[in-house]
Design a protein around this ligand. Structure first.
Ligand code: GLN
Length: 501
């Protein structure tokens, strides 16, 4: 088991010691065996379970590298609220998992620490940025893991690795202890082997936290997480056609200036690979067979989703990452002429190229005189996308008498299955990876919950789809997916070997 696990290299630090300690049943911190029975409805069945935590979420005494050279040696002095709640339910942290530096990427290859391989095919990426967490769950190292989702970083690696990935509603889970990338877009999310497990973890970690002013409890009218009848009433599921979005995007690309190669890539990146399209069709057939009514829907403004997402995300990143100056955080350079020189040198040596690119982009869109052109425009697009979803799904105002057209919206997660690393020609350029965030980033722009789950295997690689719901409708999404997975359980990769009770 140890060698299998190490092959995946899902972990950043403490990996070898922790996994060996666990296997040999020695030198495990005492708290690992402190079984605290969970409360009646909170975090059912978590006692005694090991879990992994993305290395941008704080766990006292563990690393908090954020996948960055700059923070490689940092040990966290405190623990994130979500982790604390899981520990209180009796689960325990096995280790920290690898990620694209500061959550910026879709492959986990942007990590300065190491590479993470996909348990289904170790020559391919696990997805990102929560690739380490997804690989750890897929390999059977842990039954669940925490990740963070700013523009798809929980759902895309979940799809690449054949596990369930939940991005909760904005504010449903405290972000206290999550190192910020783009604060207005991100949530701590869950990667789990099943939707049932995902529900237990979500039940344990959600809720208002005085340490995060944006966190809140579910509104009074929202459906309870437990007590629903899974085989209950049929739902109306809106189906967002990828073809329509790709066509709209191609039309936009034709009208903008830029090198032809760039325009083509942006439009192509939204078109689904044949195997992904087939998986999407299979999900539709199966959901219909479970009794749900499927209706075609359209959200034309989604074609502007990626530019809006990258404008807002990089603007916020440029501000959030300003704290890593080699003085308060980060490795201090051995010598410097003056304080500015010290900061320059620390950031130059500490940040990787993708992070630098995004800080530059963020600074550019916020430049005085340019805000109208980029940042404010992106915010208007964001509002438009949010309104379009609300028209279909209803808003977070559960008290109002609205009759939403759909209970959930079915969408692809990513246009391809797990991609390779170059030699095989099955890789995706950094630009194509960004353009492909189209299907995931809209849930973050709109603040909605989205649940990705695996539906098929094609060429030995998993294909996932996602369901989006109105704000704080996680219960409805989990009900749908739990009923789906009871009818269609998903297999594990060949080397899978779970070793928890
Ligand atoms: N792929 C997206 C990006 O690179 C999503 C990242 C995330 O959700 N943290 O920004």
């Amino acid at each position: 088991m140890a060698s299998t696990a190490l092959t995946y290299r899902a972990y950043c630090t403490q990996w070898e010691e922790q996994i060996r300690a666990f296997i040999e049943m020695k030198e495990i911190p005492d708290r690992a065996f402190t079984l605290i029975p969970p409360g009646d409805s909170q975090g059912k069945g978590l006692a005694g379970l090991p879990f992994a935590v993305k290395d941008n979420i704080a766990v006292q005494g563990f690393s908090l590298s954020c996948g960055s050279k700059l923070l490689k040696d940092l040990r966290s002095p405190y623990t994130a609220t979500a982790v604390q709640k899981l520990e209180a339910a009796g689960a325990w942290v096995l280790g920290k998992t690898n990620l694209d530096e500061f959550g910026m990427g879709s492959s986990t290859d942007n990590s300065a620490i190491q590479q993470t391989n996909n348990p289904w095919d170790t020559s391919r990426v696990a997805g990102g940025s929560s690739g380490g967490s997804a690989a750890a769950v897929a390999a059977g190292i842990v039954p669940f893991a925490l990740g963070s989702d700013t523009g798809g970083s929980v759902r895309q690696p979940a799809s690449f690795c054949g596990v369930v990935g939940l991005k909760p509603s904005y504010g449903a889970v405290s972000r206290y202890g999550l190192v910020a990338y783009a604060s207005s877009l991100e949530s701590i999310g869950i990667l789990a082997d099943t939707a049932a497990r995902c529900r237990s973890v979500f039940a344990a970690i959600r809720g208002k936290d005085p340490l995060d002013q944006t966190s809140q409890d579910a509104p009074a009218g929202a459906a309870p997480l437990y007590g629903q009848n899974l085989s209950g009433s049929p739902k109306v599921i809106g189906v967002l056609s990828a073809a329509a979005i790709a066509k709209a995007l191609a039309a936009v690309a034709a009208g903008i200036e830029g090198s032809p190669g760039t325009k083509e890539t942006a439009a192509q990146a939204a078109s689904l690979e044949r195997e992904v399209q087939q998986g999407f069709e299979l999900a539709k057939t199966r959901l219909a067979a479970l009794g749900h009514r499927l209706v075609e829907v359209e959200i034309p403004s989604l074609k502007y989703g990626v530019p809006a997402y990258y404008t807002i995300a990089t603007a916020e990143a440029s501000a959030n990452l300003a704290r890593f100056d080699g003085v308060r955080y980060g490795r201090r350079p051995p010598e410097a002429e003056n304080p500015e020189d010290l900061i320059d040198k620390a950031r130059e040596a500490g940040f990787g190229p993708e992070v630098k690119l995004r800080i530059l982009l963020g600074t550019f869109v916020l430049r005085s005189g340019f805000q109208d052109r980029y940042y404010l425009r992106a915010q208007r697009i964001r509002m438009g996308i949010r309104r379009s979803f609300e028209e279909l799904l209803g808003s977070a105002a559960y008290g109002r008498s609205e009759t939403p057209r759909c209970d959930a919206i079915l969408m692809p997660v990513f246009p391809t299955r797990a991609f390779g690393r170059g030699d095989a020609g099955e890789t995706l350029s950094p630009f194509a990876q960004k353009a492909a965030d189209l299907y995931t980033c809209c849930a973050n722009l709109a603040g909605l919950p989205a649940l990705a789950f695996p539906v098929s295997l094609a060429g030995g690689l998993p294909v996932g789809v996602q369901l989006l719901g109105r704000a704080f409708s996680e219960a409805a999404l989990l009900d749908l997916v739990e009923a789906y997975e009871q009818a269609h359980p998903f297999p594990h990769p060949a080397a899978y070997q779970a070793f928890w009770p």
